[in-house]
Design a protein around this ligand. Structure first.
Ligand code: HEC
Ligand code: HEC
Length: 625
């Protein structure tokens, strides 16, 4: 505790810590472990007999017999399950089913579903208390933690914790929750008693994609794997960088959040896309998995407030490792290769692989699986220098919340959802098929060997499709993302949204002239493309392609701020007011603030019905490959 010495506050802090450590020791004696204390896609039961693993692509949770190393059950839970946690000392499991907006409760012994708890939107991380009476769940949108009673399975409280929270960890001894914001990598502390945010550890504005954090079992430290998205750099080395940040949870000093670069942790060995970390129960080893380069670092925890971690070894893994967890007795460590559907088992003495368990069979077609592996890969032939992958900016098809300074001007990353129905591609419609991303793969950003043999055709010229099975598979995967309904429209349109809908379709406002059809865009894959000048082309001095742009879909925009190609509009109101002074983008100047608000309520409710059904009815062209 040498860094807690000095001022009176620090001494007090030290004493509180000592008390906490004693209490922890006591609790430790009572129940041996603190299973489920930080969120993960993997968990081990407190008695060490069962492993639960959530399979996003299959919509299932697999229960594994730990000593027998075999699958006991694979239980269907719904679309895109993420965080999973055993409850207290029991064999009950709670899983956040992200795209279905609910927590599903399972009996791991029987392999059955017990119940479900509906939530507002997008639950991601799940942790429970040691007694197994409470569950805490991050809801990415609108940015809350739900506290759920594990007996009645009802939501007791819901508190705002920041923007798009994903990671969550519980420190019961101090009655605190820690949460990570996905697109800022900030750590937010919440006092459990009041439900109020009491502290925040934030790095520079480039920090991004923090899905998880782990707490040291005895010391006031948190470890957060994340990237930095450096939007002014348009080359492979230096645009996206891998980090583990270490936060000193008791310190009030300025340097209480430190960032450890993972691309220089071991000489010049570069890793990409840190996804999760796990700390051993004795607090001595931290393992971090890298979902882009398919490897992991095993590090000694120094906890010296200086170097923090020292290198022990690299583990070479399979495709897309997303989760890592220690057994409660610390003897084994598990890593889940999400795109091999395979759980690897390591002993923690040597960190040699002791075996593996095939968690489930892939439900993706072979082509989709191939395309998805390429999309997540930061290795050749996709990427030359290991820093970046398609998924670094389009994680799971979502935008990274950034506006990149591209050679052609500022470009806000867009969602890949619904893309099969909204070709052409890019704000400027300068690509007509995903296969044209061969230019990105070979260009300065990714510097890969590429997937085509021979010359790459011009983006709008002779097709590049049909020239490489790998590239076609990348297209099939990229075109496979589907929208889920907006939480603001799922139960039908509110009165305000209905008024907004009328304004949207009015001849005066003209919105529906361009934002037409089930995807709210007049884009079509047939040439000539329809581009429009809506007065937005003059805001950015670096723009080389404007002022005409492809009409973007309006589905899912409730959660995809910032807006417009240049990303300068922070809110939907801004799009309709500040950035539409001359009524070039529909006519909005006649609308009073209440009407603008109604229109925004309508936009936020999109989609309120499945666009794909209507698109099929309307005979729109779908591009699958
Ligand atoms: C450095 C971040 C970054 C990386 C890496 C990246 N993208 Fe993008 N992506 C963007 C941005 C920014 C845009 C918007 C660019 C534009 O419109 O000109 C975009 C747009 C797209 C679109 C257009 C979607 C639409 O509806 O028009 C597709 C498809 C896409 N990217 C696929 C890929 C694929 C495939 C890869 C890997 C080969 C990739 N991206 C790598 C940032 C990135
Ligand atoms: C003439 C065609 C046209 C009309 C009319 C039109 N839009 Fe747009 N809209 C576009 C284009 C093109 C863009 C992209 C502009 C850019 O990014 O610079 C856009 C962008 C948007 C965006 C931002 C989407 C995002 O993801 O960033 C919103 C929101 C929007 N429009 C809503 C509306 C509303 C509401 C109306 C009616 C008041 C309207 N639009 C009228 C063509 C149109």
């Amino acid at each position: 505790m040498r860094n807690n010495l000095g001022t009176k506050e620090h001494l007090m802090g030290g004493r509180i810590l000592l008390g906490a450590a004693l209490l922890l020791g006591l609790l430790g004696n009572l129940c041996e472990t603190r299973a489920g204390v930080s969120n993960s896609l993997l968990d081990v039961s407190a008695d060490g007999t069962l492993i639960a693993c959530s399979n996003r692509d299959n919509g299932t949770v697999t229960i594994i017999d730990r000593s027998g190393r075999k699958v006991l059950h694979e239980i269907p839970v719904g679309a895109k399950p993420e965080g999973v946690s055993f409850l207290g000392q029991s064999h009950q499991v709670a899983v956040a089913v992200y795209a279905d907006d609910r927590v599903v409760w399972l009996d791991a012994d029987q392999g059955t579903r017990l119940a479900e708890t509906s939530l507002f939107d997008e639950p991601y991380g799940v942790v429970g208390n040691m007694a197994g009476t409470r569950l805490y769940v991050t809801q990415e949108y609108p940015g809350t933690v739900a506290e759920i009673d594990a007996q009645s399975r009802e939501v007791l409280r819901e508190f705002p914790v920041g923007s798009l929270p994903r990671g969550i960890a519980l420190d019961e001894a101090h009655q605190r929750l820690y949460v990570t914001e996905y697109l800022t990598a900030a750590i937010v502390a919440v006092d459990l008693e009041t439900g109020k945010v009491v502290d925040r550890w934030q790095g520079p504005s480039s920090e991004n994609l923090a899905r998880q954090l782990v707490l040291h079992p005895t010391r006031p430290k948190a470890y957060v794997p994340h990237i930095r998205s450096r939007v002014n750099v348009h080359q492979g080395e230096g645009s996206v960088l891998p980090f583990v940040s270490v936060a000193d949870l008791d310190s009030q000093e300025e340097r209480r959040r430190k960032t450890l670069p993972m691309d220089s942790f071991v000489g010049a060995f570069v890793v990409a896309n840190p996804w999760e970390s796990a700390i051993s129960p004795d607090g001595k080893i931290l393992v971090s998995v890298f979902a882009g380069t398919d490897d992991a670092f095993v590090a000694e925890v120094l906890d010296d407030n200086y170097r923090e971690l020292s290198f022990r070894r690299v583990l070479r893994l399979g495709h897309n490792p997303r989760a890592v967890k220690f057994s409660p007795d610390g003897s084994e460590c598990y890593i889940y290769n999400a795109l091999d559907f395979d759980l690897l088992i390591y002993d923690t003495e040597s960190f040699n692989r002791q075996g593996h368990v095939r968690v489930c069979q892939s439900s993706l077609s072979e082509e989709q699986l191939l395309g998805k592996r390429l999309f997540y890969s930061a290795l050749e032939p996709m990427v030359g220098r290991r820093w970046i992958s398609c998924a670094s900016c389009h994680p799971d098809g979502d935008p990274d919340g950034r506006t990149w300074q591209n050679p052609e001007g500022l470009r806000n990353t867009m969602t890949l959802f619904g893309m099969a129905w909204t070709h052409p591609i890019h704000w400027s419609a300068d690509r007509d098929e995903v296969q044209d991303f061969e230019h990105t793969i070979r260009g300065p950003l990714m510097q890969g060997q590429g997937l085509i043999r021979g010359v790459v055709h011009d983006s709008l010229g002779t097709p590049n499709s049909g020239r490489s099975a790998d590239l076609d598979a990348l297209a099939v995967y990229s075109n496979s993302h589907k929208f889920t309904l907006s939480p603001h429209g799922r139960g039908g349109l509110s009165a305000a949204a209905q008024r907004g809908r009328e304004l949207f379709h009015s001849a005066e406002a003209r919105c529906a002239e361009c934002h037409s059809g089930p995807y709210f865009t007049d884009s079509r894959p047939e040439k000539p493309f329809r581009l429009h000048d809506v007065g937005t082309g003059t805001e950015d001095a670096t723009e080389k392609m404007g002022p005409r742009y492809d009409t973007p879909s309006l589905l899912g925009i409730y959660r995809s701020a910032p807006y417009l190609h240049h990303g300068k509009a922070a809110t939907l109101e801004d799009v309709l007011t500040r950035f539409n002074r001359d009524d070039q983008h529909g006519k909005t100047s006649q609308l009073n603030p209440d009407q603008i608000s109604d229109l925004v309520q309508f936009l936020k409710a999109l989609p309120f019905e499945d666009p794909e059904l209507s698109a099929k009815g309307a005979k729109l062209t779908k591009v699958e490959k």
